[in-house]
Design a protein around this ligand. Structure first.
Ligand code: TXA
Ligand code: MG
Length: 350
Protein backbone atom coordinates (compact mmCIF):
# COMPACT_ATOMS: atom_id res chain seq x y z
CA UNK A 1 0.00 0.00 0.00
CA UNK A 2 1.36 3.49 -0.81
CA UNK A 3 1.99 5.96 2.02
CA UNK A 4 -0.92 8.01 0.77
CA UNK A 5 -3.35 5.08 0.64
CA UNK A 6 -2.23 4.05 4.15
CA UNK A 7 -2.76 7.59 5.45
CA UNK A 8 -6.20 7.86 3.80
CA UNK A 9 -7.17 4.55 5.42
CA UNK A 10 -5.98 5.86 8.78
CA UNK A 11 -8.23 8.93 8.38
CA UNK A 12 -11.21 6.72 7.52
CA UNK A 13 -10.49 4.58 10.60
CA UNK A 14 -10.52 7.60 12.91
CA UNK A 15 -6.76 7.90 13.42
CA UNK A 16 -4.47 10.95 13.21
CA UNK A 17 -2.41 11.86 10.15
CA UNK A 18 0.05 14.76 9.95
CA UNK A 19 0.32 16.14 6.43
CA UNK A 20 1.95 19.06 4.61
CA UNK A 21 0.00 22.06 3.36
CA UNK A 22 1.40 25.10 1.57
CA UNK A 23 1.31 27.04 4.90
CA UNK A 24 2.34 24.70 7.73
CA UNK A 25 1.92 20.98 8.54
CA UNK A 26 -1.53 19.99 9.79
CA UNK A 27 -2.61 17.33 12.28
CA UNK A 28 -5.62 15.79 10.57
CA UNK A 29 -8.60 13.64 11.49
CA UNK A 30 -12.01 12.88 9.99
CA UNK A 31 -13.98 16.10 10.52
CA UNK A 32 -17.26 14.17 10.74
CA UNK A 33 -16.12 11.90 13.60
CA UNK A 34 -16.20 13.48 17.07
CA UNK A 35 -14.14 10.63 18.57
CA UNK A 36 -11.36 11.17 16.04
CA UNK A 37 -11.49 14.94 16.62
CA UNK A 38 -11.04 14.46 20.35
CA UNK A 39 -7.71 12.73 19.63
CA UNK A 40 -6.43 15.91 17.95
CA UNK A 41 -7.06 17.97 21.08
CA UNK A 42 -5.42 15.31 23.25
CA UNK A 43 -2.35 14.96 21.05
CA UNK A 44 -1.75 18.73 20.94
CA UNK A 45 -2.74 19.52 24.50
CA UNK A 46 -5.14 22.01 22.93
CA UNK A 47 -8.04 23.45 24.97
CA UNK A 48 -11.46 22.40 23.69
CA UNK A 49 -12.55 26.02 23.27
CA UNK A 50 -10.21 26.55 20.31
CA UNK A 51 -12.04 25.52 17.09
CA UNK A 52 -10.46 23.65 14.17
CA UNK A 53 -10.23 24.37 10.45
CA UNK A 54 -11.91 21.82 8.16
CA UNK A 55 -9.94 21.07 4.98
CA UNK A 56 -11.72 20.20 1.74
CA UNK A 57 -10.66 19.40 -1.83
CA UNK A 58 -12.14 20.04 -5.26
CA UNK A 59 -12.53 16.36 -6.24
CA UNK A 60 -15.55 15.54 -4.14
CA UNK A 61 -17.05 19.01 -4.25
CA UNK A 62 -16.98 19.58 -7.93
CA UNK A 63 -19.59 17.95 -9.77
CA UNK A 64 -18.57 21.51 -10.45
CA UNK A 65 -20.60 23.48 -12.86
CA UNK A 66 -19.36 26.85 -13.94
CA UNK A 67 -16.94 28.48 -11.45
CA UNK A 68 -18.44 31.85 -12.33
CA UNK A 69 -21.92 30.84 -11.16
CA UNK A 70 -23.38 32.10 -7.87
CA UNK A 71 -23.44 30.39 -5.50
CA UNK A 72 -20.11 28.79 -6.27
CA UNK A 73 -20.55 25.03 -6.87
CA UNK A 74 -18.22 24.35 -3.91
CA UNK A 75 -20.63 26.21 -1.63
CA UNK A 76 -23.56 24.21 -2.96
CA UNK A 77 -21.71 20.92 -2.54
CA UNK A 78 -20.57 21.81 1.00
CA UNK A 79 -24.16 22.65 1.89
CA UNK A 80 -25.52 19.47 0.31
CA UNK A 81 -23.04 17.40 2.31
CA UNK A 82 -24.08 19.02 5.58
CA UNK A 83 -20.66 20.64 6.09
CA UNK A 84 -21.95 24.22 5.95
CA UNK A 85 -25.36 25.78 6.63
CA UNK A 86 -27.50 28.17 4.59
CA UNK A 87 -26.15 31.47 3.23
CA UNK A 88 -27.88 34.65 2.11
CA UNK A 89 -27.53 35.77 -1.50
CA UNK A 90 -25.23 38.61 -0.51
CA UNK A 91 -23.00 36.21 1.38
CA UNK A 92 -22.99 33.76 -1.53
CA UNK A 93 -21.94 36.46 -3.99
CA UNK A 94 -19.12 37.63 -1.78
CA UNK A 95 -17.88 34.14 -0.93
CA UNK A 96 -18.00 33.15 -4.60
CA UNK A 97 -15.54 35.93 -5.43
CA UNK A 98 -13.22 34.91 -2.64
CA UNK A 99 -13.32 31.23 -3.58
CA UNK A 100 -12.72 31.94 -7.26
CA UNK A 101 -9.72 34.03 -6.39
CA UNK A 102 -8.11 32.25 -3.44
CA UNK A 103 -9.09 28.55 -3.38
CA UNK A 104 -7.14 26.38 -3.33
CA UNK A 105 -4.86 28.51 -1.17
CA UNK A 106 -4.13 30.02 2.25
CA UNK A 107 -7.55 31.60 2.89
CA UNK A 108 -9.82 30.08 5.56
CA UNK A 109 -13.46 31.14 5.43
CA UNK A 110 -15.72 31.21 8.46
CA UNK A 111 -19.12 29.81 7.39
CA UNK A 112 -22.32 28.67 9.09
CA UNK A 113 -21.85 25.20 10.61
CA UNK A 114 -23.55 22.35 8.74
CA UNK A 115 -25.44 19.65 10.66
CA UNK A 116 -22.81 16.94 10.06
CA UNK A 117 -19.98 18.90 11.66
CA UNK A 118 -19.61 17.90 15.32
CA UNK A 119 -19.66 20.73 17.86
CA UNK A 120 -16.22 19.63 19.02
CA UNK A 121 -14.82 20.92 15.70
CA UNK A 122 -16.32 24.38 16.17
CA UNK A 123 -15.79 24.65 19.94
CA UNK A 124 -19.55 24.64 20.36
CA UNK A 125 -20.06 27.53 17.95
CA UNK A 126 -22.45 27.97 15.05
CA UNK A 127 -19.74 28.68 12.51
CA UNK A 128 -17.16 26.38 10.95
CA UNK A 129 -13.86 27.44 9.38
CA UNK A 130 -13.27 25.91 5.93
CA UNK A 131 -10.17 25.91 3.79
CA UNK A 132 -9.07 24.28 0.53
CA UNK A 133 -5.28 23.91 0.78
CA UNK A 134 -3.03 24.18 -2.24
CA UNK A 135 -0.51 21.45 -1.46
CA UNK A 136 -0.74 18.37 -3.74
CA UNK A 137 -0.20 15.95 -0.82
CA UNK A 138 -2.94 17.60 1.27
CA UNK A 139 -5.36 17.56 -1.66
CA UNK A 140 -4.52 13.94 -2.50
CA UNK A 141 -5.09 12.88 1.12
CA UNK A 142 -8.49 14.60 1.31
CA UNK A 143 -9.48 13.14 -2.06
CA UNK A 144 -8.32 9.61 -1.22
CA UNK A 145 -10.02 9.57 2.19
CA UNK A 146 -13.22 10.93 0.68
CA UNK A 147 -13.73 12.99 3.85
CA UNK A 148 -13.37 16.56 5.07
CA UNK A 149 -10.29 16.67 7.31
CA UNK A 150 -10.17 18.83 10.44
CA UNK A 151 -6.61 19.91 11.10
CA UNK A 152 -4.89 22.41 13.35
CA UNK A 153 -1.20 23.07 12.93
CA UNK A 154 0.70 19.92 13.98
CA UNK A 155 2.56 21.42 16.95
CA UNK A 156 2.20 21.29 20.72
CA UNK A 157 -0.44 23.87 21.69
CA UNK A 158 1.02 27.38 21.87
CA UNK A 159 4.33 26.36 20.29
CA UNK A 160 5.76 27.44 16.94
CA UNK A 161 3.95 25.81 13.98
CA UNK A 162 5.79 23.07 12.05
CA UNK A 163 7.06 23.74 8.54
CA UNK A 164 8.83 20.38 8.08
CA UNK A 165 7.95 16.76 8.90
CA UNK A 166 10.86 16.75 11.36
CA UNK A 167 9.26 19.64 13.29
CA UNK A 168 6.12 17.49 13.63
CA UNK A 169 8.18 14.54 14.92
CA UNK A 170 9.99 16.84 17.37
CA UNK A 171 6.71 18.18 18.78
CA UNK A 172 4.31 15.25 18.60
CA UNK A 173 6.39 12.10 17.95
CA UNK A 174 4.45 8.97 18.82
CA UNK A 175 1.21 10.88 19.33
CA UNK A 176 0.60 10.86 15.55
CA UNK A 177 -0.24 7.63 13.73
CA UNK A 178 1.13 8.68 10.33
CA UNK A 179 3.32 11.58 9.16
CA UNK A 180 3.32 12.33 5.43
CA UNK A 181 6.55 14.09 4.47
CA UNK A 182 6.16 16.66 1.68
CA UNK A 183 9.36 18.58 2.39
CA UNK A 184 9.45 22.14 3.76
CA UNK A 185 6.26 24.17 3.28
CA UNK A 186 6.33 27.02 0.78
CA UNK A 187 4.47 29.85 2.53
CA UNK A 188 5.53 29.16 6.10
CA UNK A 189 2.87 31.12 8.03
CA UNK A 190 -0.69 29.89 8.56
CA UNK A 191 -3.71 30.71 6.43
CA UNK A 192 -5.60 33.98 6.79
CA UNK A 193 -8.85 33.44 8.71
CA UNK A 194 -11.63 35.67 7.33
CA UNK A 195 -15.21 36.05 8.46
CA UNK A 196 -16.95 37.42 5.37
CA UNK A 197 -20.47 36.77 6.68
CA UNK A 198 -21.16 40.13 8.39
CA UNK A 199 -21.69 43.35 6.41
CA UNK A 200 -18.13 44.36 7.11
CA UNK A 201 -15.85 41.34 6.69
CA UNK A 202 -13.26 40.86 9.42
CA UNK A 203 -9.82 39.28 9.36
CA UNK A 204 -9.57 37.12 12.47
CA UNK A 205 -6.00 36.01 11.78
CA UNK A 206 -3.50 37.46 9.34
CA UNK A 207 -1.84 34.88 7.13
CA UNK A 208 -0.80 33.84 3.65
CA UNK A 209 -3.45 35.92 1.83
CA UNK A 210 -3.04 39.61 2.63
CA UNK A 211 -5.65 42.16 3.72
CA UNK A 212 -4.79 44.19 0.62
CA UNK A 213 -5.51 41.22 -1.67
CA UNK A 214 -8.87 40.55 0.01
CA UNK A 215 -9.94 44.19 -0.17
CA UNK A 216 -9.00 44.27 -3.83
CA UNK A 217 -11.17 41.24 -4.65
CA UNK A 218 -14.15 42.36 -2.55
CA UNK A 219 -13.79 46.05 -3.45
CA UNK A 220 -14.66 46.65 0.21
CA UNK A 221 -12.65 47.72 3.24
CA UNK A 222 -12.06 44.82 5.61
CA UNK A 223 -11.83 45.09 9.39
CA UNK A 224 -8.79 43.92 11.25
CA UNK A 225 -9.41 42.00 14.48
CA UNK A 226 -6.39 43.75 15.97
CA UNK A 227 -8.33 47.00 15.92
CA UNK A 228 -11.04 45.33 18.01
CA UNK A 229 -8.60 44.03 20.58
CA UNK A 230 -7.00 47.30 21.51
CA UNK A 231 -8.11 48.20 25.03
CA UNK A 232 -11.13 46.02 24.50
CA UNK A 233 -12.64 43.71 27.08
CA UNK A 234 -15.23 42.13 24.75
CA UNK A 235 -14.89 38.37 24.15
CA UNK A 236 -12.39 37.49 21.43
CA UNK A 237 -14.08 37.02 18.03
CA UNK A 238 -11.78 34.06 17.35
CA UNK A 239 -10.51 31.96 20.23
CA UNK A 240 -7.27 31.46 18.30
CA UNK A 241 -6.42 35.04 19.15
CA UNK A 242 -4.97 33.90 22.46
CA UNK A 243 -2.26 36.28 23.50
CA UNK A 244 0.74 34.02 23.79
CA UNK A 245 0.89 31.69 20.83
CA UNK A 246 3.42 30.76 18.18
CA UNK A 247 6.03 30.96 20.92
CA UNK A 248 9.61 29.67 20.99
CA UNK A 249 11.08 28.52 24.32
CA UNK A 250 13.53 31.44 24.31
CA UNK A 251 12.46 34.99 25.16
CA UNK A 252 11.69 36.70 21.84
CA UNK A 253 12.54 40.40 21.46
CA UNK A 254 11.34 42.51 18.53
CA UNK A 255 13.53 45.57 18.06
CA UNK A 256 12.50 48.69 16.16
CA UNK A 257 15.61 48.76 13.97
CA UNK A 258 18.98 47.16 13.32
CA UNK A 259 20.96 49.55 15.55
CA UNK A 260 18.67 48.69 18.47
CA UNK A 261 19.12 44.99 17.70
CA UNK A 262 22.90 45.26 17.80
CA UNK A 263 22.77 47.25 21.05
CA UNK A 264 20.52 44.68 22.69
CA UNK A 265 22.71 41.85 21.43
CA UNK A 266 25.81 43.44 22.97
CA UNK A 267 24.08 44.12 26.25
CA UNK A 268 22.65 40.61 26.67
CA UNK A 269 25.87 38.98 25.55
CA UNK A 270 27.89 41.11 27.99
CA UNK A 271 25.69 39.89 30.82
CA UNK A 272 26.46 36.29 29.89
CA UNK A 273 23.18 35.42 28.14
CA UNK A 274 22.98 33.04 25.17
CA UNK A 275 21.54 35.14 22.35
CA UNK A 276 20.31 34.10 18.88
CA UNK A 277 19.74 36.55 16.03
CA UNK A 278 17.14 36.22 13.25
CA UNK A 279 18.60 38.27 10.41
CA UNK A 280 17.92 39.17 6.81
CA UNK A 281 20.80 38.50 4.46
CA UNK A 282 21.59 42.22 4.31
CA UNK A 283 21.63 42.49 8.10
CA UNK A 284 23.88 39.45 8.37
CA UNK A 285 26.46 40.98 6.08
CA UNK A 286 26.32 44.20 8.15
CA UNK A 287 26.67 42.50 11.54
CA UNK A 288 30.12 43.04 13.01
CA UNK A 289 31.63 39.86 14.34
CA UNK A 290 28.87 37.66 12.91
CA UNK A 291 31.04 34.58 13.39
CA UNK A 292 30.69 34.85 17.16
CA UNK A 293 26.92 35.36 17.01
CA UNK A 294 24.46 32.51 17.07
CA UNK A 295 22.29 33.42 14.07
CA UNK A 296 19.85 32.22 11.44
CA UNK A 297 19.44 33.91 8.07
CA UNK A 298 15.83 34.36 6.99
CA UNK A 299 16.53 35.55 3.43
CA UNK A 300 15.62 38.86 1.88
CA UNK A 301 11.97 39.30 0.91
CA UNK A 302 8.84 39.11 3.08
CA UNK A 303 8.08 35.80 1.35
CA UNK A 304 11.51 34.45 2.39
CA UNK A 305 11.04 35.66 5.95
CA UNK A 306 7.57 34.09 6.26
CA UNK A 307 8.84 30.80 4.81
CA UNK A 308 11.86 30.57 7.12
CA UNK A 309 10.62 32.20 10.32
CA UNK A 310 9.38 29.14 12.21
CA UNK A 311 12.39 27.03 11.21
CA UNK A 312 14.61 29.87 12.42
CA UNK A 313 12.88 30.10 15.79
CA UNK A 314 13.13 26.35 16.25
CA UNK A 315 16.79 26.25 15.18
CA UNK A 316 17.82 28.97 17.64
CA UNK A 317 15.80 27.28 20.39
CA UNK A 318 17.60 23.97 19.76
CA UNK A 319 20.93 25.77 19.69
CA UNK A 320 20.24 26.81 23.29
CA UNK A 321 19.50 30.51 22.83
CA UNK A 322 17.86 32.01 25.91
CA UNK A 323 16.97 35.15 23.95
CA UNK A 324 16.06 35.59 20.27
CA UNK A 325 16.32 39.03 18.64
CA UNK A 326 14.73 40.20 15.40
CA UNK A 327 13.91 43.55 13.79
CA UNK A 328 10.30 44.68 13.33
CA UNK A 329 8.88 44.71 9.80
CA UNK A 330 6.31 47.01 8.22
CA UNK A 331 2.79 45.62 8.65
CA UNK A 332 2.11 45.58 4.93
CA UNK A 333 1.33 42.54 2.81
CA UNK A 334 2.79 39.42 4.42
CA UNK A 335 4.46 41.72 6.98
CA UNK A 336 1.14 41.83 8.87
CA UNK A 337 1.11 38.05 9.40
CA UNK A 338 4.81 37.92 10.30
CA UNK A 339 4.53 40.76 12.84
CA UNK A 340 1.40 39.20 14.30
CA UNK A 341 3.26 35.91 14.96
CA UNK A 342 6.31 37.70 16.32
CA UNK A 343 4.28 39.78 18.74
CA UNK A 344 2.39 36.80 20.06
CA UNK A 345 5.60 34.83 20.36
CA UNK A 346 7.09 37.70 22.33
CA UNK A 347 4.37 37.80 24.99
CA UNK A 348 5.92 36.16 28.05
CA UNK A 349 3.80 33.63 29.93
CA UNK A 350 2.00 35.36 32.73
O1 TXA B 1 -2.66 27.35 7.58
C1 TXA B 1 -3.47 26.89 8.39
O2 TXA B 1 -4.57 27.42 8.61
C2 TXA B 1 -3.08 25.61 9.15
C3 TXA B 1 -3.03 24.47 8.15
C4 TXA B 1 -2.79 23.15 8.80
O3 TXA B 1 -4.20 24.45 7.39
N1 TXA B 1 -3.99 25.35 10.21
C5 TXA B 1 -4.02 26.10 11.34
O4 TXA B 1 -4.94 25.65 12.28
O5 TXA B 1 -3.31 27.05 11.52
P1 TXA B 1 -4.93 26.16 13.78
O6 TXA B 1 -5.90 25.27 14.48
O7 TXA B 1 -3.57 26.20 14.30
O8 TXA B 1 -5.57 27.59 13.71
C6 TXA B 1 -6.94 27.72 13.40
C7 TXA B 1 -7.39 29.14 13.62
C8 TXA B 1 -7.46 29.46 15.09
O9 TXA B 1 -7.05 30.80 15.25
C9 TXA B 1 -8.94 29.29 15.40
O10 TXA B 1 -9.37 30.02 16.51
C10 TXA B 1 -9.55 29.82 14.11
O11 TXA B 1 -8.71 29.31 13.11
N2 TXA B 1 -10.90 29.28 13.91
C11 TXA B 1 -11.26 28.01 13.66
N3 TXA B 1 -12.60 27.90 13.55
C12 TXA B 1 -13.10 29.13 13.72
C13 TXA B 1 -14.43 29.68 13.73
N4 TXA B 1 -15.49 28.91 13.53
N5 TXA B 1 -14.57 31.00 13.94
C14 TXA B 1 -13.48 31.78 14.14
N6 TXA B 1 -12.21 31.34 14.15
C15 TXA B 1 -12.01 30.02 13.95
MG1 MG C 1 -1.89 26.56 15.39
Amino acid sequence: MSDLAYAAKAIREGRLVAFPTETVYGLGANALDAKAIRKIFEAKGRPLNDPLIVHVCPDWLAEAGNGAATPHPYLEALHRRGIIGALTEVQQARLTRLINQFWPGPLTLVLPRGEHIPLLVTAGGNTVAIRMPQHPVALALIAASGLPIAAPSANRFGHVSPTTAQHVRDDLGERVDVILDGGPTSIGVESTVLNALPDVPIILRHGGVTKEQIEHVLTLPVLDSRALREGDTAPLPSPGLLERHYAPDAALHILPDFAALLAQWRELTASGQAVGLLLTRAQASATPDLASAQHYILGETLEDIARNLYAGLRALDSAGAGHILMCALPRLGLGAAIMDRLQRGAVRSK
